[in-house]
Design a binder for this molecule. Structure first.
Ligand code: GCW
Length: 706
């Protein structure tokens, strides 16, 4: 008996010490709510000793209350009490209630979701005009506390600058995820609608915590099956789960659905029967999901059907769907198209297809444009469409999943990439207007990100990829936020509000994307990856069906030089930009040379602003990339004592993979380009360990994401 009791006591002590639910496996994301420093915890107990709610009951208020209880229950050391008297409590106050009338100085009005957090005497008041604002305000308060930020800096007001902050899932019916590197889809179509994975509530919490309010749940390459009654019922179950968190569901719609499902012989958008089919379909969906967001469409792109199959324009197709949806929702029409005829330079095709349609789209159509004119490369100039369609609501599409930046095995913090695009100026008629200005504002303003979320326990495949989901949400809410500030708050919440740790990790994150650019696509190169799976280097590929699918199309390297002449002497893609921006992009005097070989063709021996020749500069950049990963790994390994062992070890293991793969990119690329340049490596730079043939013959049948 005594033996058993001792063992029991020991097990209990162990459980209390380690806390099984406290295991740091990444599942909790940035919503960890770990214990606070005692002095700070004491202050928190003063400003939020209990909770008082003045808002009509409803599921969103329940979500806010539950989140506050979850966190404050830990920080107070006892369950959060709901009290009627607001004077000694944290208060949720909806602006149409008596609480607001009694406190006329509350701040934080604005578009849906805006909120204020005020200190009024001994009270802390989270106020908003709508329930979702109260939920966002609750998350903002918890974010502030998790960072152990000074509570006298608490009063704050915030308002979203972009109306639709959306995740696009490229999730397939069979549970696979196109370009997904974090396991299977979180949407288990087979088990829906009867069983909704509780994990989806945590997914919704995470999204709401950063202000994401829309999701497209199926791949843009999806079959029309998603529009059948069977799948509408499943989507409805998802919508019901996400709704309390302010998230509206969208479906990717295959343009040929009237033929695929409806038995019609055409999907011509000007055909009355086709129009009627979509109208009936939209009505059917809205009957099941009254707040359905609308349709997301990839049409006449990479083999998908579209209006051009019937000699109609993208505007004809988009407007037909928009009329079926009516004022109940919107149609998001993607501008990621390239001609079936590859005679026109690839980066110019979307502009050519869409710019002439400016002014022809209905008011509930958003044309969604990828940040760059090519395809989510590690670095691209912004798409010239953003400056060229002033009469069209343009949405920005970013890629959070790292299809071209090392999958989930490489550490690359993407906020600097997003920020670089958003801060680009000189696009509009107003010289000072940035891409962020063009995209933000208005009831259908939209920023979408291709999700990096899957069934992996840590959601994103690696701990640092969670930061990209987080940063996407924070930037979609306010595209003027800095990537540095976002990294700081993410690290504080995801690891610890420890200044030493933050100051060590944040610089590593901020330089990580440039490091990837250096070892994959330096000096403005692009599209050098392996075919289909897009894993690893393959700059030599020249035998794919379309010329503009081949890496050689993009780098154009030969014995004389390298780079794509997109100036007026070449394809004149530069001519698609307003003059000032075109001049900035063409600049060769900047030693950073971000777009040198994107816009120019250079001879190997041309001397650059850095003082080096093009060939030497290329090699230096590849090695700088490799050194950058080594530095990250060294830095990380030196921080072991500041992190929980599990996550530290997982990140360290992935950094070792990245060290290996950065060398692979560098070695294969140098071996290939040297076979053309025939120049010696600059002194101090090592030759690739294998001959070019070795790199060319590597195969990766297990690479994920196709
Ligand atoms: O980057 C490419 C991807 C495709 C994707 C396409 C798109 C969904 O390689 O997998 O298809 O872009 O954006 O439509």
């Amino acid at each position: 008996m005594r033996g058993a009791a001792t063992i029991l006591a020991f097990v209990l002590a162990l459980l209390l010490a380690t806390g099984p639910s406290r295991a740091e496996d990444g599942y909790d994301l940035w919503l960890r709510y770990r214990p606070l420093e005692p002095a700070y915890a004491k202050e928190v107990r003063q400003i939020a000793p209990a909770l008082s709610v003045d808002a009509p009951p409803g599921p969103t208020i329940d979500a806010a209350t539950a989140e506050l209880s979850r966190a404050l229950g830990i920080w107070l050391g006892h369950p959060l009490a709901l009290v009627p008297d607001a004077r000694e409590a944290l208060q949720l106050c909806r602006r149409d209630r008596p609480c607001a009338a009694a406190l006329p100085t509350l701040r934080g009005t604005g578009p849906p979701g805006s909120f204020g957090i005020d200190r009024v005497g001994s009270r802390t008041v989270i106020s908003a005009a709508d329930d979702i604002g109260l939920l966002y305000g609750s998350f903002a308060l918890l974010r502030h506390i998790q960072q152990q930020a000074p509570l006298n800096a608490l009063p704050q007001a915030d308002a979203p600058r972009v109306a639709i902050r959306m995740l696009d899932h490229w999730d397939n019916l069979d549970g696979s995820v196109e370009r997904g590197y974090a396991g299977r889809s979180i949407f288990q179509w087979w088990r829906l609608p009867g069983y909704v994975d509780p994990r989806l509530t945590d997914y919704a919490r995470a999204n709401a915590s950063v202000g994401i309010n829309a999701v497209a749940v199926n791949n843009v390459n999806a079959p029309a099956t998603f529009l059948t009654p069977r799948f509408i019922a499943k989507t409805r179950a998802l919508a019901d789960t996400l709704r309390p968190y302010g998230i509206r569901v969208f479906l990717s719609a295959r343009f040929s659905a009237p033929r695929d499902l409806g038995g019609l012989t055409t999907a011509d958008p000007l055909d009355p029967e086709v129009q009627r089919w979509w109208q009936t379909k939209a009505d059917e969906i809205y009957a099941a999901i009254p707040d359905f967001g609308g349709f997301l469409v990839k049409a006449n792109s990479e083999g998908q059907p579209g209006p051009q199959d019937y000699g109609r324009s993208h505007a004809d197709g988009a407007n037909m769907l928009a009329r079926a949806v009516g004022d109940r929702g919107i149609v998001i029409w993607r501008a990621f198209v390239y001609d079936p005829d590859p005679a026109v330079e690839r980066t110019m095709q979307a502009y050519n297809a869409f710019q002439p349609l400016d002014g022809q789209f209905d008011s509930n159509v958003v044309v969604q444009v990828k940040n760059g004119p090519l395809d989510f490369q590690p670095r691209e100039p912004v798409s010239p469409l953003f400056g060229a369609m002033p009469k069209t609501q343009l949405g920005l599409e970013l890629q959070i999943t790292k299809e071209y930046l090392g999958f989930s095995t490489h550490l690359a913090y993407l906020a600097p990439l997003f920020e670089e695009a958003l801060d680009t100026g000189g696009l509009g008629r107003d010289e000072r207007a940035t891409l962020a200005d063009i995209v933000a504002g208005g009831p259908t303003s939209l920023i979408a990100g291709i999700a990096n979320i899957g069934s992996d326990r840590n959601w994103s495949g690696s701990h640092f990829d969670q930061a990209n989901w987080y940063a996407f949400g924070r930037l979609a809410w306010d595209p003027t936020r800095s990537s540095d500030a976002i990294a700081r708050e993410w690290v504080a919440q995801s690891f610890a509000p420890d200044p030493v740790l933050i100051d060590a990790v944040v610089p590593m994150m901020l330089t990580s994307r440039q490091t990837v650019v250096d070892y994959m696509t330096p000096l403005g190169l692009a599209h050098l990856m392996g075919s289909d799976h897009h894993y690893g280097p393959a700059p030599w590929v020249d035998d794919l069906e379309r010329p503009d699918w081949n890496p050689v199309y993009y780098h154009r390297a030969d014995a004389d030089g390298i780079g794509f002449d997109r100036t007026a002497e070449g394809s004149n893609a530069l001519g698609q930009y307003p003059a000032g921006l075109a001049k900035a992009y063409a600049e060769e005097g900047d030693p950073a040379l971000p777009f040198l070989l994107w816009f120019h063709r250079k001879r190997w021996d041309d001397r650059l602003a850095t003082g080096r020749t093009v060939w030497d500069e290329l090699v230096v950049r590849y090695d700088r990339g490799v050194a950058g990963v080594d530095a990250m790994a060294l830095q990380w390994n030196g921080l072991r004592s500041r992190f929980d062992a599990r996550r530290h070890g997982e990140v360290a293991a992935l950094l070792a993979v990245q060290q290996h793969e950065a060398r692979w990119w560098r070695d294969a690329s140098i071996a290939y380009f040297q076979s053309l340049s025939r120049r010696p490596l600059p002194p101090g730079h090592a030759a690739p360990p294998y001959p070019l043939e070795w790199y060319r013959t590597q195969r990766f049948p297990e690479a994920p994401g196709i």
